[in-house]
Design a protein around this ligand. Sequence first.
Ligand code: A3P
Length: 351
Amino acid sequence: MASFQNPPLDIRRLSQKLLVMLSVGIVCMYLFYIFAACCKSEVTKNSDLSYDRSVSVTGWNHERNGTALRDASPSGGSAALALEANSSGKDWTASRRFPHALIIGVKKGGTRALLEFLRLHPDVRALGSEPHFFDRHYARGLSWYRSMMPKALDGQIVMEKTPRYFVTPETPARVRAMSQDIKLIVVVRDPITRAISDYTQIVSKTPGVPSFESLAFKNGTAGSVDALWSPLHIGLYARHLERWLAHFPPAQIHFVHGERLVHDPAGEVGRVQDFLGLQRIVTDKHFYFNKTKGFPCLKKPEGSSKPHCLGKTKGRLHVRVQPEAVRKLREFYYPHNLRFYQMAGMDFGWQ
Ligand code: A3P
């Protein structure tokens, strides 16, 4: 009855109650919002992992970007960095990831050709330049390395090529410290042709260097082979491979036959696609043989509709080397090649 007797007081109380309820409601909504935001960021952090475990276009397991990655920076390990590899923040659909595969060698083996061919694949994102992270720029740390990588969508394979990795002793352990299940590709070619190709490049950059024969042998062709001369040392494939096999199982290393890459590019690239768990999308129809260049070229390279051959420094005429020098080098490499065939489980047929 009091309310009827004193209506303004009652309305005031009612409005006070309403105000309190409204305030409580606002606070609740705010708390709910904060809670929801927290959950969302957790989901984003783990998004790579959850996606990786589900079906991907390539069937490639990206888990290595998260749990298997370790901080290989000289400053020490960091779990935070490994997690960061997954927490791509707002840009989680296309982010910079650590490579899933590396073309580690060999110089003058056909590494550029292979990379350009693989780039035609929609599920491959490859760095165009050679980052030289594990051999030269390791002190810059993994964050720097990842920042060099092209952005990739979930399910795409990120790659880079640095042919010097194959021959630098410290590289295998460093790569392993980053990822133990990374896939490694080595393009190999007859070590003698490779050495002559290497020397041809040296001459083109430094005219007037001594002859191939005088650098390859300690006392002209009559003397012993100078196996420490870089163009010859790189061709000791078994020795270099031994170091990689101390850190990675053979199944994680794929060899591309450099000579076959020229004569049957689709076949070689097909095997690489299999190794990477990719669909065979790059096939015969992507190549044509350019008679003037004497090499296979691309009908439509990545990002262009015009046919394209590799540049002048790829597939050039070699300097002439005395047959006697070649014969001696053949003898020299024979046991090394045999050992390499055994280790690689494949006869490359370099006679
Ligand atoms: P040559 O220039 O001695 O012929 P890399 O890219 O690792 O430096 O290797 C260069 C070599 O790639 C070339 O050496 C060439 O033989 C080989 N190669 C393979 N396929 C090629 C292609 N389609 N076009 C040009 N060079 C190719």
